[in-house]
Write a protein that binds this ligand. Structure first.
Ligand SMILES: [Ca+2]
Ligand SMILES: [Ca+2]
Ligand SMILES: [Ca+2]
Ligand SMILES: [Ca+2]
Length: 431
């Protein structure tokens, strides 16, 4: 009886205890399910790497990263663990919930291994170099000008064909291979030779030649004037013809007004030869030869249109041949012409300039300085200046409108005398 009773007690005990055990298990199950995950997902890790679901029979849930509660890879390293190439950097805007981040070149952060050499997009460049984002390379900055060739600071930028870089101005300027004032690209367009400064051989550089491909039909220029030993009493008429191409005549107006006296001019050489021949035919001494040329110069008209050009001389004066062809000019034109022509004839002449005062304040006068030569008679009133130990006598080559004594003297006030343009103020102005 007792055994039966014992068996019944156990059954009663099971009936009582089993529901309690099952109830406890259900309660444990319920609390082991994460409260923030109400979905029925059974995946145990999301793409951000966090543990979404864990099952523990014993209800121990501390192994998952509670990022909603502020846990991250930095402050809870044991649970919030970054994976693979991720780094822990909760401050970055694109970090995941755990504060993990996968760095890449170009993300704006300098990470381990990123230098100017490996990732200049993030790490930047040293010195004046800049990062080329397409190449991810440090390069010199692009030249900001027309051109920068072999410039240490900038990437080289070259000029188009037939242009070269002026390194002082960083600008592309046209090539002129033969230095004839005619750029290569224009020579190619025109058909002239870019390696021959005078394609048609008419003595006019291509750049100043109205017809650079052919010698334009020449024209005859006639000159006549008078000179005599007894000045204004007995005179001899001289004359000569000069054959000049129109291209030569127009070239003087195109050329820059530099080296007016020193420029090598084959036409002026021809005139000098004519003058020497004319004087030699008369058996003239040096003094008469000089005066014959001065008389030639003084036969020209005074160019009143240039009268108001009160500029320093002679940068605005004409070329000697220009004055000869026009047969007119100011004192500067006549003096430049006479000095250059007499030099070609073998005389050591100087171009002299000096200021003139009342009533024409600010104006200048230009005259010729000549050395003493055979046949000159001096009366003591003549003026001269000493230059390099040599006396140069004043000679006024300006037009017949100012006729008078040829020599510039203290008494020749009608001839730009000392009151008007003080003789002591003349200086040598060679060009
Ligand atoms: Ca040229
Ligand atoms: Ca040429
Ligand atoms: Ca020519
Ligand atoms: Ca020509």
């Amino acid at each position: 009886m007792a055994r039966k009773s014992k068996n019944n007690d156990f059954k009663k005990y099971l009936k009582f205890i089993l529901p309690i055990v099952i109830l406890i298990l259900l309660v444990v199950l319920f609390f082991s399910y994460p409260s923030n995950n109400s979905s029925s997902s059974t995946t145990n890790s999301s793409k951000d790497g966090s543990e979404k679901f864990s099952f523990s029979l014993f209800g121990n849930n501390d192994n998952s990263c509670k990022y909603n509660d502020g846990e991250n890879c930095l402050n809870t390293q044991s649970k919030c663990i970054c994976k693979g190439e991720q780094i822990c950097s909760p401050d970055r805007s694109k970090s995941d919930n755990l504060g993990c981040y996968t760095p890449f070149c170009g993300d704006g952060y300098i990470d381990d291994g990123e230098t100017s050499g490996t990732c200049c997009i993030d790490a930047g460049c040293s010195g004046s170099l800049i990062c080329d984002a397409n190449l991810n390379q440090c390069v010199k900055p692009q030249c900001p000008f027309d051109c920068c060739v072999n410039d240490a600071q900038y990437q080289d930028k070259f000029c188009l064909q037939y242009y070269s870089c002026n390194s002082l101005r960083n600008s592309c300027e046209p090539d002129d291979s033969d230095n004839d004032a005619f750029p290569d690209y224009l020579e190619i367009q025109t058909g002239t030779d870019r390696f021959n400064p005078d394609t048609d051989g008419d003595s006019v550089l291509d750049g100043y030649d109205n017809h650079p491909l052919f010698n334009y039909l020449p024209r005859i220029y006639n000159f006549d004037w008078r000179y005599g030993k007894e000045w204004l009493i007995f005179t001899k008429k001289f004359e000569f013809d000069l054959t000049l191409s129109e291209d030569i005549v127009t070239s003087y107006e195109k050329m820059p007004k530099i080296n007016l006296i020193s420029r090598d001019d084959s036409q002026l050489k021809e005139v000098a030869q004519i003058m020497n021949n004319l004087a030699d035919a008369e058996g003239y001494n040096d003094a008469d030869k000089l005066m014959m040329v001065i008389a030639f110069s003084r036969s020209f008209n005074y160019d009143y249109t240039k009268l108001n050009f009160n500029k320093p001389l002679p940068d605005w004066a004409n070329f000697p041949m220009e004055t000869i062809i026009k047969k007119e000019g100011l004192c500067a034109d006549s003096a430049v012409m006479a000095v250059a022509l007499l030099k070609e004839m073998g005389y050591d002449t100087k171009y002299l300039v000096g200021p003139c005062y009342e009533p024409d304040t600010g104006s200048w006068h230009a005259i010729v300085g000549i050395p003493f030569v055979e046949g000159i008679t001096l009366d003591g009133s003549e003026r001269y200046l000493t230059y390099n130990g040599k006396k140069y006598y004043y000679l006024d080559a300006t037009s017949r409108d100012y006729s008078g004594n040829i020599f510039y003297s203290t008494t020749s006030k009608n001839d730009f005398g000392t009151t008007y343009c003080p003789a002591n103020n003349f200086v040598v102005s060679d060009d």
